[in-house]
Design a protein around this ligand. Structure first.
Ligand SMILES: *Cc1c(COP(=O)(O)O)cnc(C)c1O
Length: 393
């Protein structure tokens, strides 16, 4: 969450005073209005506001028809939800390497494709756009879907198109740590009517009783309950009005930081698949070796707790314990790793299975930026990075 204020308070007050916090058949229709505004902003035919980014990924996978017997390729560097969403629909996440951009490596994706592969989930981690041209070309060649995990990239873009609108579907998160926030929340987008209808049905446990059922051509099946409230819709509508301003300011701060931090011989900036589309939330310093990156991170942590944070470790695959230990569900009978349909699929995980990813993560430090930094903040933070580099040299 970057900016929030009185406008959100007013929006919530309106919904509470209306007495209709449930999003269906109410007077204000805040969630419906947000969905319209979001799909117009992202540039897709359909959007669904729902309870979380994880829920958006799971609903999209359900919409895409993924299930037991399917493999889905996911990068080994992301938040675990990119992989756990695949397990939630009964399929197996196959982990692939990232490259220097810190996003999914298309060359390794090609190596991980098998006759069971159904799709690819590129993740725009830290707002860095994934290499969508290459990934979409591979997907097309092998007849796979592309589900963009844009949960850390609300509003970012790739070659002039908003992230999330380029693959077959896209997922966004509005939890506390994301660019836009309602505390919790998420959205999915797609241009595919069938995927939309199936995701709509899946995310709304009461789909059979909704006014929209008459418009559906897909048969209604049992799903779960991930609906948004109208309060979430109201907050997100205000958040959306702030989005482009936040991104402009983040990009300005990032450019200013890069200018000041260029030329230090201890690191380089991680390359980008589209610098102009980058969200600007973080600046990746790629050190030449892991030991130097470690010394840098320790020195930053000694100085200021929490301002320029390094990765806490939860985004690297070997720390996703339930996945690594094949506990893919709450009981054995529904555990995707134990399902008969999944035997013979690629589910061997080990700590050292993605050496390139481990090396890159160990030597890349993501400087956390803020859209409200003043010139003085930029000056001070840049100076601190350079001072620490001199100290650890
Ligand atoms: C935050 C995040 C999610 C999940 O979002 P929630 O809203 O917390 O469920 C999924 N993928 C990535 C890459 C994320 O950063």
């Amino acid at each position: 969450m970057f900016r929030m204020g009185q406008e959100e308070v007013e929006a919530v007050r309106r919904v509470v005073e209306s007495g209709e916090l449930f999003r269906v058949n109410n007077a204000l229709q805040e969630a419906d209005k947000f969905e319209k505004e979001w799909r117009e902003t992202i540039g897709t035919d359909y959007a669904i506001l729902l309870s979380s980014g994880t829920g958006a990924l799971i609903s999209a996978l359900a919409g895409l028809g993924v299930g037991p017997g399917d493999e889905v390729i996911v990068p080994g560097y992301t938040f675990m939800a990119s992989a756990s969403a695949v397990l939630a629909v009964g399929a197996i996440p196959v982990l692939a390497e990232i490259n220097e951009t810190m996003t999914l490596d298309p060359a390794d994706v090609e190596k991980k494709i098998s006759k069971h592969t159904k799709g690819i989930i590129p993740v725009h981690i830290c707002g860095y756009p994934a290499d969508l041209d290459s990934i979409c070309a591979i997907a097309k060649k092998h007849n796979l879907f592309v589900l963009e995990d844009a949960c850390q990239a609300d509003g970012g873009s790739y070659k002039g198109k908003r992230l999330g609108s380029i693959g077959d579907a896209g997922a966004f998160s509005f939890n506390h740590w994301k660019l836009l926030s309602a505390g919790e929340g998420g959205a999915l987008v797609t241009n595919n009517r069938k995927v939309y209808e199936r995701a709509l049905i899946y995310h709304d446990g009461g789909a059979a009783f909704r006014p929209y059922t008459g418009d559906l051509t897909e048969p209604i099946f049992m799903g779960t309950q991930m609906r948004s409230s109208d309060i979430m819709g109201a907050i997100m509508r205000v958040q959306l009005t702030r989005m482009d301003g936040i991104i402009d300011d983040l990009r300005r701060v990032k450019a200013a930081m890069k200018e000041r931090l260029a030329g230090c011989d201890l690191y380089k900036f991680a390359p980008s698949n589209d610098e102009a589309g980058d969200l600007g939330t973080t600046l990746p310093l790629q050190f030449h070796d892991a030991a130097t990156a470690r010394r840098f991170a320790d020195a930053v942590n000694d100085r200021i707790k929490g301002t320029l944070v390094a990765d806490s470790g939860k985004h690297i695959y070997y720390n996703w314990t339930p996945l690594m230990e094949h506990r893919g569900s709450h009981c054995d009978a529904t555990n995707p790793y134990m399902l008969p349909q999944n035997q013979g699929l690629n589910m061997e995980y080990s700590d050292d299975m993605l050496p390139v990813t481990v090396d890159l993560v160990n030597r890349t430090y993501h400087v956390l930026l803020h859209c409200d930094w003043t010139e003085q903040d930029i000056e001070n933070n840049a100076k601190m990075v350079l001072t620490i580099c001199d100290e650890i040299r």
